[in-house]
Design a binder for this molecule. Structure first.
Ligand code: XBP
Ligand code: MG
Length: 242
């Protein structure tokens, strides 16, 4: 039986059934809806420069720092990596992160960051099936709005029955808080939902909330451990279900 379940064809079929039969699809944002982390990285570096800091995160440093969820927490972690005593107070980090968030919104508004292949079709097909859509993310509400206004239009919020951002719950991913809050607002059991994620932190968060997880691997998390996922893909278009 196990061999059968390991067959790629059957796993894909079961993943399509999961998507088609779920009461609600709960989407992560960064890396899942769009490959936004490069824009975040550019915004962090521009904010450091504007603050007169000689910090500049290249892709390999950022890949390490992405193990820490939350921009403010990531800045603090970077200070720790440098092995020096903390340079910035919590208030200074919040102010620096606020600058970064404003720059991120500008970059997204000007250059945009396209939704990943298959996302718009997944959203449209779910709507046609009468399924509920929700968002569970570590990033801030302003960042969600910047991205989805640019990619889905000013009325994007009408598509989602629940939107929970990182700073709205006590603990960020891999803690399950954002997913538990979404389930609470939807009034649905975890087993009737599916989470679409891109990282191991997101997989752990949704799994701890009891939600089956489909992974759409993103650029920065290609080598994360996704063994507990219901299904792993690099291209969500294979999960299009009519
Ligand atoms: C990914 C994150 C966020 C972003 C940066 O969130 O961990 O911290 O990297 O956004 P998601 P902020 O759960 O959507 O994958 O600077 O606003 O934290
Ligand atoms: Mg993500």
């Amino acid at each position: 039986m196990d061999d059968l379940l390991r067959s790629p064809g059957l796993r894909l079929k079961r993943a399509k059934q999961l998507i088609g039969q779920a009461r609600a699809l709960i989407f992560d944002v960064d890396g899942t809806l769009a490959e936004t982390e490069e824009v975040h990285r550019q915004a962090f570096n521009a904010a450091f420069a504007r603050a007169g800091l000689d910090w500049c995160w290249d892709q390999s440093v950022y890949k390490e720092l992405l193990r820490i969820t939350g921009g403010k927490e990531r800045i603090r972690a970077f200070e720790g990596l440098r092995g020096e005593k903390p340079l910035l107070s919590d208030n200074e980090i919040s102010a620096l992160h606020g600058t970064k968030t404003a720059i991120y919104a500008e970059l997204i508004a000007n250059g945009g960051c396209p939704l990943r292949p298959g996302i718009e079709d997944l959203l449209a097909a779910a709507r046609r099936r009468g399924q509920i859509l929700a968002i569970a993310t570590t990033t801030s509400r302003g960042n969600i709005d910047a991205l989805l206004t640019a990619e889905l239009g000013k009325d994007w919020m009408e598509l989602f029955a629940a939107i929970v951002a990182g700073d709205e719950v006590p603990r960020k991913k891999p803690a399950p808080d954002v997913y538990l809050e979404v389930l609470s607002r939807l009034g649905l059991p975890a087993s009737q939902c599916v989470a679409i994620e891109d990282s191991s932190n997101g997989l752990v968060a949704a799994s701890l909330a009891g939600i089956p997880v489909l992974i759409s691997r993103s650029a920065y998390f290609q080598d994360d451990d996704f063994s507990d996922a219901f299904h792993v893909t690099d291209d969500l278009t294979e999960l299009a279900v009519e």
